[in-house]
Ligand binder design. Structure first.
Ligand code: CA
Length: 752
């Protein structure tokens, strides 16, 4: 047999000429050689991709191995074979192994990079994808859907992969259940490292999804275990479970925004998982919907998320729900979980006129809740009589209202693995037995690929000194790298007569102790933030007097095209003036399919603009997409602005996003919004913002603060504000107002 095989391989080698068999396998150097090797492949064959860059390689790996002798595709040297451009791979057949592929510097033009499917109805079974890397393999269009790994068929395994920096809409990894050949699939997804995924600012940023609502009452039967999820911030479903009979075992969620969500489907179990929030905003645990879903022996620590991102969220359902809405929680079981310093446990979450079906036949038993900094962790939105509480313990300080739980003295002490161990009398075996995070950066993914983050933050690079003059700033920028600081060493004019396009994070900062240097430009846009760019301006004067007399100038623009990388704009200690050489001179103008992580204006003085200060209102399709996650206005004055200080728009009723969040503190608006070209009835137009806090701010002789609060349960607080010849317009929903003065009349109103 062995003799035959050697003979066969020799013939094969001759037959395909270029491909060459070695003791390690059949080495191939291009797609034609690969195809020839695949065509001849027999059980036990190993096909080896030669080291180097494989550009635009569409690998169709169709073969039939056996359990004892699979057909394997591997690489000459791990890390030395990269698939770039428009490369992808499709597996079909039986008993295949794919190992060591790295996808980077490109994207798949079809929707799946690694697919266990050749075509509809033709899948791979009993196959394995192991030690593969997909790194920032994203198309330029932010909202063109793309999936990195799609698992079809049955009995497949994806393990030890490293998936990092997904930026486009679309799940990172998914189990598809499109027909019978893909259900009751017994797949295993284990020991993968799901790395950083930026906030998408829209629905469709899930890291892992099992099934879809359409087939959600069918059994999927996939096991997801020992995976490490790190900074997976795409949207509020880190994992979206949309099928029945899945297991989530011993996974670690490190500072991920969102929850493991039992969105659709029944009879799923989560056991031994560890959720570590470290106090990061919007970090959550498990969200429960549907029948007989379980959470057993999980550990939750330092999670801050509220509402649908709570540490434990048990939802209300919709009576006779459509398959894509919310089925009632029935038979839920939540036992032996430990919650330490988690801010929110939400019962009957989402209760409203539509979601009126309360949880029934459910059990919460042997859990422990402790919070060292907060008393008020339980929120009960509706009738909890369908949930039985047995043998649950809470720390003495926790407010329990009508919950049938036992108050005891509890203390949390971190062990050598950083896991809180709970000390207390009479706990009786309640709580989680977890003593360490089961999965981490070292025991998941691959050990031969760099995990260093590429895009550096402001001020983390070197300093470059810049002198006044013409285009000196652009020249300095052209020498800079990510995170560098351009230090303007002298007062004077820094004039720009060329386009200034920013493609990496850069700071432009005045030296200490000098008068504010002046930035001027003869271009319509002083700065254009391109994909990958971010801008910090500090201690400078920004003056519009050299700008051209053209309609539609601005100081900062985003790319006019889609940006798949979020950006930041920080403006600190700056004077912005004379943006009035023409009509509609804005400060920041954003475009569709762009998203700011943060736009911050701090300690600044704006005077004399014919346009708007911040235009973040270009996602008008009402699909829950918006232009900025955080907008922060702090200790700044805005005078004689013909347009608005802020246009921030999020439309639609989707509930998948965290933001936008707006914080305004200690600002002064004088004569804002009164220009005849300002068609908005407002000095600030705030639409669909999820968290809005405006504090200690005055509006004088300005158009109203205009709030239109749409979906979800937006938090809106207007405190210590003064309106003089100005007002507030509330369009709907509830909000809080405290210590607000309108034309000299003090108003303390709640729920107007
Ligand atoms: Ca979603």
């Amino acid at each position: 047999m062995q003799l035959f095989k050697t003979f066969f391989v020799t013939i094969l080698c001759l037959a395909i000429l270029a491909g060459c068999s070695t003791s390690e396998g059949i080495k191939v150097s291009n797609v034609d050689e690969f195809n020839a090797a695949v065509k001849q492949a027999q059980p036990g064959d190993v096909i080896v991709l030669a080291a180097g860059v494989w550009n635009n390689a569409e690998l169709k790996f169709t073969a039939h191995g056996t359990a004892e002798q699979p057909v394997k595709l591997t690489v000459e040297k791990k890390g030395a074979v990269t698939l770039e451009g428009q490369s992808r791979i499709n597996l079909s057949g039986e008993y295949l192994i794919v190992e060591g592929l790295v996808f980077k510097n490109g994207y798949s033009p079809t929707s799946e990079v690694i697919s266990f499917k050749k075509k509809k109805g033709v899948y791979a079974n009993n196959s394995r994808v192991t030690e593969c890397v997909i790194d920032n393999y994203n198309g330029p269009e932010r909202f063109e859907t793309n999936t990195w790994i799609a698992i079809y068929g049955k009995n497949n395994r994806v393990d030890h992969c490293y998936l990092v920096d997904k930026r486009n809409i679309g799940v990172t990894m998914t189990v598809r259940m499109v027909d019978e050949l893909c259900r009751e699939n017994n797949h295993r997804i284990d020991h993968n490292y799901f790395g950083y995924r930026q906030n998408l600012g829209a629905n469709g940023g899930e890291t892992l999804r099992l099934g879809t609502s359409h087939y959600s009452l069918s059994t999927c039967g996939t096991t997801v275990e020992n995976n490490y999820f790190e900074y997976c911030d795409g949207e509020h479903e880190i994992i979206s479970n949309k099928s029945c009979g899945n297991k989530f075992l011993n996974n670690t969620f490190m500072e991920c925004r969102g929850t493991l969500t039992y969105r659709h489907g029944n009879d799923n179990v989560a056991e031994g998982n560890v959720f570590l929030g470290n106090g990061k905003e919007h970090t959550g645990g498990i969200r429960i919907i549907n029948k007989r879903n379980k959470a057993i022996n999980n550990y939750f620590a330092d999670l801050t998320g509220y509402r649908f991102r709570g540490a434990l969220v048990i939802m209300n359902g919709v009576p006779n729900s459509a398959i894509n809405r919310y089925h009632q929680v029935d038979g839920g079981v939540f036992t032996n979980n430990t919650f330490v310093n988690c801010d929110h446990v939400q019962l009957c979450a989402g209760s409203d006129d539509e979601r009126s079906a309360i949880p029934i036949n459910s059990l919460i038993e042997n859990n422990v809740f402790l919070h060292e900094g907060r008393d008020d962790i339980f929120t009960i939105y509706d009738d909890i009589s369908g949930i039985e509480f047995k043998n649950n313990f809470v720390a003495n300080n926790i407010i329990t209202n009508k919950l049938a739980v036992t108050k005891v003295n509890l203390a949390a002490v971190k062990n050598e693995n950083g896991i809180y161990q709970i000390k207390g009398d009479g706990l009786n075996g309640a709580g989680s037995s977890v003593t360490k995070a089961p999965a981490n950066a070292d025991n998941t993914g691959v050990n031969w690929y760099s995990k260093e983050l590429r895009n550096r933050d402001f001020g983390t690079g070197k300093q470059i000194v810049v002198k006044p003059g013409l285009n000196t700033l652009q020249e300095a920028y052209s020498q800079s790298a990510s995170g560098d600081v351009l230090v303007l060493s002298e007062a004077g004019d820094y004039a720009m007569e060329k386009k200034f396009e920013i493609s990496h994070p850069i700071s432009i900062v005045s030296a200490e102790g000098i008068d504010k240097p002046r930035l001027l430009s003869s271009k319509q846009e002083m700065f254009t933030i391109q994909n990958g760019g971010s801008l910090q301006l500090k201690g400078v004067e920004i003056n519009g007097e050299m700008s051209p007399d053209l309609t539609g100038n601005c100081i900062v623009s985003t790319s006019h095209y889609s940006m798949n990388c979020n950006y930041k704009l920080f403006v600190e200690d700056c004077d912005v003036k004379n943006l009035d050489v023409n009509k509609f001179f804005d400060f920041l103008r954003s475009y569709k399919s762009t998203h700011a992580d943060t736009v911050m204006i701090k300690d600044c003085a704006f005077d004399n603009l014919t346009g708007h200060v911040l235009r973040l209102d270009n996602e008008t399709d009402d699909r829950g997409i918006f232009n900025a996650e955080y907008v922060i206005l702090e200790n700044s004055t805005f005078k004689n602005v013909e347009g608005t200080v802020l246009d921030l728009y999020r439309g639609g009723t989707d509930e998948s996003t965290f933001g936008p969040t707006l914080k305004v503190n200690a600002c002064q608006l004088v004569n804002v919004g009164n220009g005849k070209r300002n068609k908005e009835n407002g000095s600030m137009m705030i639409h669909g913002v999820q968290v809005c806090h405006i504090n200690n701010t005055s509006f004088e002789e300005s158009k109203p603060l205009n709030l239109y609060l749409t979906n979800g349960e937006p938090i809106t607080k207007i405190t210590d504000c003064d309106f003089n010849k100005s007002s507030i317009v509330f369009n709907n929903k509830e909000f809080e107002v405290e210590n607000v003065t309108i034309d000299g009349v003090k108003k303390n109103l709640r729920q107007l």
